[in-house]
Write a protein of this length. Structure first.
Length: 399
């Protein structure tokens, strides 16, 4: 065999190699995903524009704008009579939810032919990889002089991978508000006990994602309602949630925290108020519960990268009462299994009887550990910061 000098190539290949001690590098220090709010005020006035929810600086991600490592969320404001162009050729999936207004969107199909749809408040539509421009125009709005859309796509994921999507994994898909609400009503009548259900909403799927039952192969979304005077008990999952508050009256909020106590309450939670038309980030792995102290049903639309996690079998969604049951039995599990715990699947009413702090008896103690949050407004976003606990006398009053 011919002799070949490999030293120069080996030096070149070795210059970027790092070798770490396992304990110091197995869980590297990275910027955490924060609890941040993208307020509705941003799309309620002003010129026609894209309003990005870009926190790439916070995450120290330099090569792409993003709201989470895999996804980018923005508002579109389109004044009546105006149009706006969006184009993200490196995204495999884009989702648009109509917060307010009516209009049309034009896109070229796989044959380079124009296709146009009409949309209105409450509709959602998704498009696959699209290299050409999408043109969105507003024909009317019930308030604020223009339409508002919530736009989420996965271009940050593709930029991180250094990949370019070449295959349309699904076809453009439209979910009309009336169809989604009709399905919710069907669920009510099928179960007959909708007032007890902890999740009264609809997962939005696509026939091309038959196994994962998700919006696209990357994106996941749920139109979820929280009935009046109810609490949806804590749960957690590995995907980041980019939550849009669709409708809510004052007194609706989410509590988030990294830990739960022995009674299933979130330890030192951050409270994030629901404001219609605003979006907020729920960090991955954080326990979170939804609370509705108002007299009306509240609706939220989370968009996550959980289509990808579900395919990888790494979503690991967990519900607090399942975890408590296992822990009290002396078991700690490695991954999630089917949820059968009746204590979670049924609704918990505000002020219901819960375990007392000593675990010895039950009494009506109402909500516990409800913390407030200060949200200083910036030109870019709102940041929620924990500022203290509700006084004990307020907790005991059941407020």
């Amino acid at each position: 065999m011919e002799s070949v000098n490999t030293e120069e190539t080996e030096r070149k290949w070795s210059k970027d190699a790092n070798i770490f001690e396992y304990g110091s590098a197995a869980n590297p220090q990275m910027k955490p995903i924060p609890v941040l709010v993208h307020p509705a005020e941003l799309h309620e006035s002003g010129k026609t524009r894209v309003i990005p929810f870009d926190i790439s600086d916070t995450l120290e991600i330099e090569d792409t704008a993003c709201t989470s490592p895999n996804l980018m969320a923005s508002f579109l404001r389109i004044n009546i009579g105006d149009g706006i162009v969006t184009q993200v050729p490196n995204a495999t999936s884009q989702a648009f939810y109509v917060i307010r207004g009516s209009g049309r969107t034009r896109i070229k199909n796989e044959f380079e032919e124009d296709e146009t749809i009409s949309w209105k408040t409450g509709d959602l539509f998704c498009v696959p990889v699209t290299r050409t421009e999408m043109i969105h125009s507003c024909t009317g709005a019930e308030s604020h002089g223009g339409a508002a859309l919530y736009w989420v796509h996965d271009e940050p994921l593709m930029n991180y991978l250094g990949a370019t999507p070449n295959v349309r994994k699904f076809e453009p898909t439209l979910y009309k508000k009336e169809d989604m609400i009709k399905k919710v009503e069907e669920i009510k009548h099928e179960t007959g006990d909708c007032h007890k259900k902890n999740r009264l909403g609809v997962l939005l799927g696509n026939v091309k994602c038959a196994q994962t039952k998700t919006l696209t192969h990357v994106l996941w979304s749920l139109l979820n309602s929280v009935p009046a005077h109810t609490v949806q008990r804590p749960h957690r999952h590995n995907s980041v949630a980019l939550d849009l508050c669709v409708t809510a009256k004052p007194g609706v909020y989410t509590l988030m925290g990294k830990e739960i106590d022995s009674e299933g309450f979130i330890v030192d939670p951050i409270r994030c108020e629901w404001v219609p038309g605003s979006a907020f980030i729920t960090p991955p792995g954080w326990w979170h519960s939804h609370h509705n102290l108002s007299d009306d049903v509240a609706w939220v639309l989370p968009v996550q990268d959980a289509g990808l996690y579900t395919h990888q079998r790494t979503l690991d969604i967990r519900f607090v009462d399942d975890e408590l049951k296992l822990h009290k039995a002396g078991r700690i599990r490695g991954s999630a299994f089917s949820i059968t715990n009746k204590d979670y699947t049924e609704m918990v009413t505000i002020g219901a009887t819960v375990l007392a702090s000593n675990g010895a008896s039950t009494k009506n103690v109402g909500l516990k550990r409800v913390l407030s949050a200060e949200c200083p407004l910036t030109s870019k976003r709102l940041q929620c910061t924990q500022i203290g606990a509700v006084p004990e006398e307020t907790l005991n009053s059941g407020l």
